[in-house]
Design a protein around this ligand. Structure first.
Ligand SMILES: Nc1nc2c(ncn2[C@@H]2O[C@H](COP(=O)(O)OP(=O)(O)OP(=O)(O)O)[C@@H](O)[C@H]2O)c(=O)[nH]1
Ligand SMILES: [Mg+2]
Length: 462
């Protein structure tokens, strides 16, 4: 464990009501003593944990006051990181927080890495790894549903579920090892049945958790909805209408949108990552061609494709191509410009390429948007968000899903070994494997580089 004291600006840089500089480590109070002078003249190091004092931050070199501030003191081990922590709450200005940080660094602290405060909380056993991951999910939540999920996980909903499975498996390992140690005793039939039951129960629990993974991913990361279609059909108009703002340029010149435009929309609690793209066509223009290439690439990454067609102009090869190439995707087909005379109808579309697409006809210029929103929600609800959120743990991360799948494989192997009467050592190997993989979720058995990667996603000061 490191005894370096770290410091960082914990609030967003910019003008604000207050700005916070945070220090954590054995020297935090000593540093505070040198730069903070409280109204009553008590040095911070004399204060008990969980106290706040009003005073001035003074540069020890120039003796000049940098700002007025409130100092918070939290003492080890009862602090966020488990170490001594002090926070300077000063006026929120870019220079003020910067100056306080610089003084702390000058006096022996080092600049914190992204997520290092939370990493210390994990390393000091204040929270487990799944809870640390939830911290960043709370910060990044875009909708109430994703926030609720993150807070549940932060409070240990997943940790408890995983912990319970591990406990049962651990008991089983102990039993198996005991039998291996006394091989002369015959294993009673009942014992075997009981062991199989424990493994089966573990498997069922893993399956229950895994079944929530699709829903969890959508709630945490949002659903990637790509708006596509040939030029000038109204893709950018759709984006603007959904966002209720003039986000993308709309003109009657085909080929207006060239770059990818991405915005997040909260659709009844589900974060929808809406992506407007260049209209699909062969183009001699290099910039436009790059835009089209990126648009086509996005089809494969999309959770949902919104294909816009123009009902007022004849169908073209591009329309057919897009329909054919996106037919394996969840799709909403929007037939736009219903305020103008229609020159083709549904029967003209290749039925084989329509698949399960939801088809809506609207006018983005003057019609209601509800049919499109309902169609998107319909797909989302039936496809991914089956049960709605509940207080039970939901798997939100690919990392957790992968670990659960591996644990499941291990348990299946253990069960097979047991039922086919193979040596008990092999069962033990399977059980140990499952324990290890489950431990990766909570962090008991995780590798250093995985930990580093997780905390690297955090912001500095968290
Ligand atoms: N009459 C009518 N015009 C529409 C409707 N929706 C969009 N438009 C017009 O169609 C033109 C193209 O709209 P955009 O939203 O820019 O189309 P786009 O698909 O993004 O076009 P590109 O970016 O060039 O691929 C604009 O002049 C819009 O005002 C509609 O429902 N009815
Ligand atoms: Mg456009």
């Amino acid at each position: 464990m490191t005894d370096q004291t770290i410091a960082a600006i914990a609030t967003a840089i910019g003008e604000a009501g207050i700005g916070i500089v945070r220090l954590s480590g054995s020297k935090a109070l000593e540093i505070a003593d040198q730069i903070f002078s409280s109204r009553q003249g008590l040095p911070p190091s004399s204060l008990p944990g969980y106290s706040a004092r009003y005073g001035r931050v003074v540069d020890p070199e120039t003796k000049r006051t940098v700002d007025e501030a409130v100092l918070l003191v939290m003492r080890a081990p009862r602090s966020y990181t488990g170490e001594d922590v002090v926070e300077f709450q000063c006026h929120g200005g870019v220079v003020v927080v910067q100056r306080i940080l610089e003084m702390a660094l000058r006096l022996g602290a080092r600049l914190a890495e992204p997520g290092e405060f939370t990493k210390r909380a994990f390393l000091n056993g204040r929270i487990d790894l799944s809870q640390a991951e939830a911290v960043i999910d709370v910060v990044r939540s875009r909708t109430e549903a994703s926030l609720e999920l993150a807070v549940d996980q932060l409070e240990g909903s997943l940790s408890r579920r995983i912990g319970a499975i591990r406990e049962h498996l651990y008991d089983l390992v102990v039993r198996v090892e005991a039998i291996i140690d006394y091989p002369e005793d015959d294993i009673p039939e009942m014992e075997m049945d009981e062991m199989a039951e424990v493994i089966q129960a573990g498997l069922a629990e893993l399956e229950r958790l895994l079944a929530t993974a699709d829903q969890g991913k959508v709630l945490r990361e949002g659903l990637k909805a790509v708006i596509t279609g040939k030029p000038n059909v109204g893709k950018s108009s759709l984006l603007n209408r959904l966002l209720d703002e003039q986000r993308a340029l709309v003109t009657d010149i085909p080929g207006t949108t060239r770059d990818i435009i991405e915005e997040v929309l909260n659709l009844k609690g589900i974060p929808l990552r809406l992506i407007d793209t260049a209209g699909i066509r062969e183009s001699a223009d290099v910039v436009e061609r790059l835009g089209v290439e990126r648009a086509v690439q996005l089809w494969s990454e999309a959770d949902l494709i919104i294909h816009v067609l123009d009902g007022s102009v004849p169908l073209t090869e591009e329309d057919f191509q897009i329909l054919a190439q996106t037919k394996d995707k969840h799709r909403v087909v929007v037939i736009n410009k219903s305020d103008l005379p229609r020159v083709w109808d549904l029967a003209d579309l290749p039925q084989a390429d329509l698949g399960g697409a939801k088809i809506v006809e609207i006018s983005l210029l003057e019609g209601e948007l509800d049919p499109v929103v309902d169609a998107i929600l319909d797909l989302v609800m039936q496809g991914v968000v089956r049960e709605g959120t509940s207080s039970q743990a939901i798997i939100t991360r690919a990392r957790h899903k992968a670990a659960l799948e591996q644990a499941k494989g291990d348990l299946e192997q253990a069960l097979e070994t047991l039922t086919s009467g193979l040596p008990l050592d092999l069962i033990s190997v399977g059980l140990q494997g499952a324990l290890e993989h489950l431990g990766e979720i909570t962090g008991e058995t995780v590798r250093e580089n995985v930990i580093d990667r997780i905390f690297a996603q955090f912001c500095i000061g968290k």
